[in-house]
Ligand binder design. Structure first.
Ligand code: GLA
Length: 581
């Protein structure tokens, strides 16, 4: 019976010192038909382990549900890791941060009155217990002592950066052990004394998260944990991208030096990320440290494998460094090939506002209901009220717009209220009969105090100082757009739905250049590729080969603003945008 234990200064695999050389690969950010390829390439870089988070909100869109089909088949993912002869680390949260909407906490949690997040609060603990039991039903039989790949499990995530409730951590451990998890349990924290102190729990092995100055970080970790293996559970070998900023990179040289410092002292490592993948659909999170900054669709992360799964210069440098300390397979993965480049003329097919009735049912309420009140986890809500001839005047949202609102009077666009610019007032230029406001949730904050906040038009809406009431709100399921018959729907002055078709001789990875477009979403053959935004940095949406097919393919675009060209331009590779250096 195989087992991993915590030794005096090393991990011990069946009693022998074992250096974990692991890479983060989030199954939920990679098309399931690509999992095996990415895992194989991890082994070829010299890795012996794959690490993944588990996103509660993706698995449980409603309470009591735990989806495991297709891209959420965690058991299949772990079996593929085992088939490659590798071990696995599972980090089920329940909070995962990860630039993932709400750090993985499901929006239905937020609707429970009085719920306390990430602390010992009975309602929260009860929901977390249900979730962890569902995860561990999958993970427990796949542990190393039962012939599976899983040899470490993490409790919470960087808890010391958020709270210090030891009773809560102890409860997570109790639930984990009771669910049959027997492997060692770890915590992770940024190596700062206060965070390490707040995030630790007796009996759990402490690990750190950092991307530079490894020797110094390990020293800090040692002060809190005099014995046992040193592990960087998140070796930040790149960084994430946010809309409106440059594309973040780290130099190969700097990352490689920091890696060497870890490996040369026998430390264990988990590359964060080995392969970042993509925030497909509307799954991205956001930061808010005084200003709201949503995360970009690409989660390339400047990682060893790029967003499309191709090796980069970093891959080869890390492979060479790992080879100094461990056996690395001779096989080297193939370099990226140029993707097919071609153009598709799109047709403007219908206005979104006119399609609202086919995307959701209107609900009446005195006040503009929040997304949570409407049971809308993400995406868009369309608000409407009668102006009864009022206007012109200044429209004011009482507290905050979450996150972006397009305002129309009698169907004519008036302007945008953007949370990222702290906007919550706009002048209506004329009187009208109907006020329409389309609101987008651009991603829930995944780090810090604003975790778990409501979405929509927060704090009431006034026109010329007078509260507007008598609203209808329609929660729109925009993922229905590709399957709608658009014939006969008018093209209006609001957001537009455009479609186009193209032929392929065989399925292939594609890269859709969105730099001529404003802001919106794209589907290929019904698969939601994610958001685009002219703010950048990312210029391309990655189309995973398995969603394309030989023969006819269909692209559907929801453009919320304006385009400089209605051509869909597919280019030969990733364009991640301008870098700082
Ligand atoms: C922390 C979190 C991760 C991720 C990284 C930044 O380390 O634990 O989930 O958010 O920051 O990419």
């Amino acid at each position: 019976m195989a087992e991993l234990t915590i030794g005096e200064k090393d991990f011990l695999l069946d009693g022998e010192p074992y250096q974990i050389i692991s890479g983060a690969l989030h199954y939920f950010r990679v098309h399931p038909d690509h999992w095996a390829d990415r895992i194989h390439k991890a082994r070829l870089m010299g890795l012996n382990t794959i690490e993944t988070y588990v996103p509660w909100n993706a698995h449980s869109p409603s309470r009591g549900e735990f989806l495991t089909g297709g891209g959420l088949d965690l058991a299949r993912f772990l079996r593929l890791v085992a088939a490659e002869g590798m071990h696995a680390i599972v980090r089920p949260g329940p909070y995962i941060c990860a630039e993932w909407s709400n750090g993985g906490l499901p929006p239905w949690l937020l609707r429970i009155p009085g719920i306390g997040l990430r602390r010992w609060e009975p309602q929260y603990v009860e929901a977390v217990t249900e979730y962890l039991e569902a995860v561990y039903r999958i993970v427990a039989p796949l542990q190393i002592d039962r012939g599976g790949p899983v040899f470490l499990v993490q409790i919470e995530n960087e808890y010391g950066a958020y709270g210090s409730d030891k009773e809560y951590l102890a409860e997570l451990v109790r639930v984990t052990r009771e669910a049959g998890i027997t492997v060692p349990l770890t915590t992770i924290d940024q190596p700062q004394p206060q965070m390490l102190e707040d995030g630790r729990l007796d009996g759990l092995h402490m690990t750190g998260s950092f991307g530079s100055r490894s020797t110094e970080r390990f020293k800090t970790l040692r002060e809190f944990q005099p014995t046992g293996p040193l592990m960087c559970m998140e070796f930040w070998d790149g960084w994430f991208d946010s809309w409106g900023f440059h594309h973040h990179t780290t130099t190969v040289q700097d990352s490689d030096t920091a890696l060497d410092e870890i490996l040369s002292v026998g430390g264990s490592v988990n590359f964060y990320m080995f392969h970042g993948g993509t925030n497909f659909g509307m799954t991205n999170g956001a930061n808010d440290k005084g200003a709201y900054v949503p995360l970009a669709t690409s989660y390339d992360y400047d990682a060893p494998l790029d967003e499309a799964g191709n090796p980069t210069a970093k891959y080869h440098a890390f492979r060479a460094t790992i080879a100094k300390y461990a056996k690395v397979p001779d096989e080297v993965p193939a370099e990226a090939e140029a993707a097919p480049a071609f153009e598709v003329a799109l047709q403007e097919r219908a206005g979104l506002l006119g399609l609202a009735g086919e995307l959701g049912g209107p609900r009446a309420a005195e006040h503009a209901a929040t997304f949570e009140e409407l049971g809308q986890d993400t995406g868009f809500v369309l608000y409407e009220t009668s102006l009864e001839g009022r206007g012109p005047g200044v429209l004011v949202v009482g507290e905050e717009v979450r996150d972006r609102a397009w305002v129309f009077v009698d169907g004519d666009p008036v302007g945008v209220l953007a949370r990222d610019a702290h906007e919550r007032s706009i002048r209506l230029p004329r009187a009208g009969a109907t006020l329409t406001i389309l609101v987008e949730d651009q991603g829930r904050v995944n780090y810090g105090e604003r975790l778990g906040e409501a979405k929509g038009l927060i704090g009431g809406i006034r026109l010329g100082g007078e509260e507007l009431t008598g609203w209808t709100a329609t929660a729109l399921d925009v993922d229905l757009l590709p399957s709608l018959d658009l014939a006969g729907h008018p093209v209006d002055n609001g957001p537009l739905v455009l479609t186009g078709e193209f032929e392929l001789s065989e399925a292939a990875d594609l890269f859709l250049d969105t730099s001529a477009w404003g802001k919106g979403l794209v589907w290929v053959n019904g698969f939601n590729l994610g958001r685009y935004w002219r703010k950048g940095p990312t210029q391309t949406l990655y189309v995973p080969g398995p969603v394309t097919k030989a023969g006819r393919n269909r692209v559907v675009v929801l453009e919320l603003e304006t385009m400089t060209s209605t051509t869909a331009s597919f280019v030969d590779g990733l364009r991640l945008g301008q870098t700082e250096f």
